[in-house]
Design a protein around this ligand. Sequence first.
Ligand SMILES: Cc1ncc(COP(=O)(O)O)c(C=O)c1O
Length: 403
Amino acid sequence: MTVEARSAPAATRLNRSTTAELESTVERLLSQGVDLCRLGLGEPDTAVPEHVREAAIAAIRENFSQYTSTAGILPLRAAIADRLRADIGVSYDASEVIVSTGGKQAILNALAALVAEGDEVLIPVPYWVSFPEQVRFIGGVPVPVPTSAAAGYRVTAEDLERHITPRTRVLILNSPNNPSGAVHGSRDLEAIARVCARRGIWTISDEVYSTFVYTAEGHRSIASLPGMRERTVVVNALSKTFGMTGWRVGYSAAPAEVTKVMVTLQSHVTSNVNSIAQRAALAAVSGPQDWLAGVRRDYAARRDVLVDGVARVRGLEAPTPDGAFFLWVDASWWAGRDLRGRRISDAGDLAAALLEEARVAVGPGAGFGSARHLRLSFAAPLTEIREGLARMTALLGEAAPSR
Ligand SMILES: Cc1ncc(COP(=O)(O)O)c(C=O)c1O
C-alpha cells in the first residue's frame, strides 16, 4: 500500500463491493420487468419460520422498543452460548457473546480488536469480498493465501506457513467458504490450529454457512480444537441459517478480554441490534432446529443439479462443493475467445455476456480473488436453476462429451 493510500481517509481506501453491485443491477433489471434467472446471489430463499416471525410481532405489540445493552439482551446471548455449546462443542459465558448487525459487523469488530496498523491478516483465496476491504479499513494489510482446485480450495497449514511473517496477526478462516464451498474437516483444522498456536496467530472463524455442510463429518469449528478457544473469535449469523439476511442479526463469541474491546467499539458505532430483531433471534436460536436437516437435504439436491448442469456447459469446470450454496466455477477456457462477436478477456466479461445475452445473473469472481472464476449460487428454486442452466448452455454451448 502506498503512503498516499495509507494517509487517505479510511473509507476512500475501499473498493466497491462487487456483490452489492450485482444486487443493484439485478434489482434494476427486475424492476424493468426483465425475465432474469438469478444464480449469482448469496441469499437463501427459505421462509423465516412462523414462530420467529410471531416473536417479532409479539415484541412490537409489547412495545419492546427501547435501547438494549450494546451486546444484546441477556437471554439471547445466553441462548447463543447454549447453541454454540451444542453445535460446535465450545463453552462460552453469555458475557463472551455479542449480538451484532449481521456477521459482517462481528467480523469488523473482531478485526478492529485484534489488528494494529500495519499488521498482516492472512486471507485464503478465494475469499468473501468484504474480508480484504475490512482489513484495509482498519489499517491492516490483507495477505491473500492462494489455494488450489486440486486441494478443493481448502487452505493447508503449508499454504499458511509460506505467508507468515513477524507481522502476521490474524487468519480469517471461512469454513464453509464463500465462494468455493470448501469445508475444512477436523484433520485440516488440526494442522491449521498447530500453525496458529506455534506462530501466535489469532483466528477469526467465519462460520455463517455452518448449517450448510453436506459431508458425513459435518461442520467443525477451529475453536473446538485444543488451545484454540483462547485465540479464536467465532462469528456466525442468523442470516443464512434462518433465511433472515434482511433482519441483520449476527454474533461473535470470543475470550472475555477481546469481547470487551469489541463491545466498546460497537457501543460507539451502532449500539445494539434492533430490539425487535433480537426477540425474533431469541426464538430462532432457542427454538426447534430439527427442520434444518430438511433444508440441508434440499440444498444438497439443488447442488447436485447445478454441479451436473455446469459440467455439461462448454468451458466451465467446478468441483462439487462440500458446503455453503455456491459453485466456484473455473471459466479460464473462455479467456481470449469470442462469444457472439464479443471478446471475452476474463470471467467478468463472461458474466456480463451471460447477463446481457442469456439473462442469467452470475457473480464475477474478481471480487472474490480470481478473475478466472464465476460464482454460481444454488440458493434458488430448482426451476430457476434448471432454466438458468438451459440458458447458459444455449449461449455457451455444450461441453464436449470427453470433458
Ligand atoms: C462468508 C460470509 N461472511 C459473512 C457474511 C455476512 O453475513 P451477514 O449478512 O450476517 O452480515 C456473509 C454474507 O454474505 C458471508 O458470505
